[in-house]
Design a protein around this ligand. Structure first.
Ligand SMILES: C[S@@+](CC[C@H](N)C(=O)[O-])C[C@H]1O[C@@H](n2cnc3c(N)ncnc32)[C@H](O)[C@@H]1O
Length: 228
């Protein structure tokens, strides 16, 4: 069986999918992830869903190229709306902005509350974390992936028993301390905060509230995450 080669980001997502899951890959684009999972035998069936016709053409071509057409059901539509309740036990939503992922979950919350979620935001991971916690999803695992110079966040979440998070934990995540990329990730996050603070301080009419908020977040992040 021909198996597509995944990048580190997609490979780490694939590793988080449980064996024999009934999976939907939302925003599948090229469908490399579901094709990899069915062709390695980790799962028997996947829905590959996307809002765009162009991406679905790519998905069909890849499924055909890797002879996975019978096991990958390609569907057109937004978010989880292409999936019926009870049809899947896991959804991957990867490669989109964090707020779009949150919107997709909110739109289909009755379905999202029943399944395991594997989420990989390209931006705004902190806002996605905040949405998950406020909506009573528990983040059960977090992983970082690195491709070139970019570090990506991957989270696993399930509805119920959300934990309390401090502001700094929302910004950084609280399950990443043991990750091989954590120290580099933390340094970058702190630098990002410092740059934002510097930018506001240099502005002609600085937004004082935002400045105070970011300074407090920087202090708390350094205190909570830097080892002495
Ligand atoms: C950058 S690609 C990510 C592809 C793949 N998931 C990955 O991580 O490599 C983002 C895909 O999300 C799709 N998309 C954007 N909004 C969507 C929505 N509301 N529902 C489903 N798919 C969406 C886009 O059409 C695009 O194909």
């Amino acid at each position: 069986m021909k198996i597509p080669k995944l990048t580190e980001r997609l490979y780490k997502i694939a590793e988080l999918v449980r064996e024999n899951s009934r999976l939907a890959d939302i925003g599948t684009d090229h469908a490399y992830l579901p094709v990899y999972l069915v062709n390695t035998g980790k799962i028997d069936f996947a829905i590959a869903s996307d809002i765009g016709e162009g991406p679905l053409e790519r998905a069909k071509a890849v499924a055909e190229e890797y002879s996975a057409g019978e096991k990958v059901d390609i569907r057109l539509g937004s978010g989880l709306e292409t999936v019926k309740k009870g049809e899947i036990d896991t959804a991957v939503i990867a490669g989109m902005g964090g707020m779009l992922i949150a919107e997709i979950l909110e739109t289909s919350k009755h379905l999202a509350q029943d399944i395991e979620l594997i989420l990989q935001p390209m931006t705004a991971d902190d806002e996605l974390r905040e949405y998950l916690i406020k909506s009573n999803f528990r983040i059960t695992k977090e992983v970082l992936a690195k491709e070139g110079e970019k570090i990506y966040n991957i989270m696993v979440a399930r509805f119920g028993e959300a934990e309390e998070y401090t502001e700094a934990e929302i910004y950084i995540g609280k399950l990443l301390r043991e990750d091989i990329y954590f120290s580099e990730y933390l340094k970058r996050r702190i630098k990002k905060l410092k740059n934002a603070i510097e930018g506001i301080e240099k502005a002609e009419n600085p937004d004082r509230d935002k400045l105070e908020r970011l300074k407090k977040l920087l202090l708390e992040t350094e205190e909570e995450f830097y080892e002495s």
